[in-house]
Design a protein around this ligand. Structure first.
Ligand SMILES: Cc1cc2nc3c(=O)[nH]c(=O)nc-3n(C[C@H](O)[C@H](O)[C@H](O)COP(=O)(O)O)c2cc1C
Length: 249
């Protein structure tokens, strides 16, 4: 890759054309994604590929009926997976001990890094993706539907297809807001004003504030999109789901 335009021009795609995403394409992208780094090269992840309409219809309510789940040609559920490795250890007279928080987080890291590598590979091939974060909200239902065994937890979902159209790019914080040289320098009020200035001036974001009858964009996040009560409810449910899948902590 000679330049970074693939990264600099990217955007999430939520509308897909009818063009088929073949099994060979998924295979090729997975081949690329599987070259990504994983903990101790254990490759602690699996991916469930959903193409059937009836499964997408069953998944949709578990993702709050986001239209993209039903409309995408392919839905991929990336799972933290210590099942395969643990089973292999047992078969080879080794004593695995991964049904704990460190085990879950390690496998979750592998799954998320692989998912992102898959996304970059897909975008390099002209496909579009959308992450579906609701995987960590209705985790139990997704695990049941996809018949996930012990030590397998869905951690993120990606919808995949060829773009029907390219949406506008959305705002970003300036990189200076993200980088800390040598040690973390906490933000002064002035620096926070500067970090979030473009986001707050963005016309779409200003409309969002108006539509939701809020005073500030931050309130749209805290009161409407990601309220505390919702985060607390799904914290409990996600924790329960992780434990039901055999990770005890
Ligand atoms: C972990 C994660 C979860 C996300 N969940 C959703 C989702 O449930 N639905 C959706 O439409 N977009 C989702 N997105 C996409 C973000 O909304 C999107 O990346 C962000 O608004 C920036 O837009 P861009 O990717 O086009 O730059 C998610 C992205 C990430 C990384």
């Amino acid at each position: 890759m000679e330049d970074l335009s693939l990264f600099l021009n990217r955007r999430t795609v939520r509308a897909y054309s009818d063009r088929e995403v073949t099994t060979e394409t998924i295979q090729e992208l997975m081949e690329a994604a599987s070259r990504t780094s994983t903990t101790g090269n254990m490759q602690l992840y699996s991916v469930v590929v959903t193409r059937k309409n009836e499964t997408k219809e069953a998944l949709a309510p578990l993702h709050f009926n986001q239209p993209v789940v039903k409309n995408a040609p392919v839905v991929l559920t990336f799972c933290a997976d210590f099942n395969r490795f643990t089973s292999w250890c047992k078969l080879r007279n080794a004593n695995p001990g991964y049904g704990n928080f460190q085990g879950f987080f390690t496998a979750a890291l592998d799954a998320l890094i692989a998912a992102q590598t898959f996304c970059v590979a897909a975008e390099a091939r002209g496909l579009g993706i959308c992450y579906i974060g609701t995987t960590t909200y209705n985790t139990k239902g997704i695990a049941k539907l996809l018949k996930l065994p012990n030590l397998v937890v869905p951690v993120t979902t990606i919808t995949l297809g060829y773009p029907a159209s390219l949406p506008d790019q959305v705002d970003r914080l300036p990189v200076s807001a993200i980088i800390h040289e040598e040690e973390y320098a906490d933000y002064t009020t002035d620096e926070l004003d500067t970090c979030y200035l473009n986001k707050e001036l963005n016309a779409a974001n200003q409309q969002f504030v108006k539509d939701n009858e809020k005073e500030t964009l931050a309130q749209v996040f805290t009161d409407v999109r990601y309220p505390k009560a919702m985060f607390e409810k799904f914290s409990v449910e996600f924790m329960e789901a992780i434990q039901e899948q055999g990770y005890n902590f």
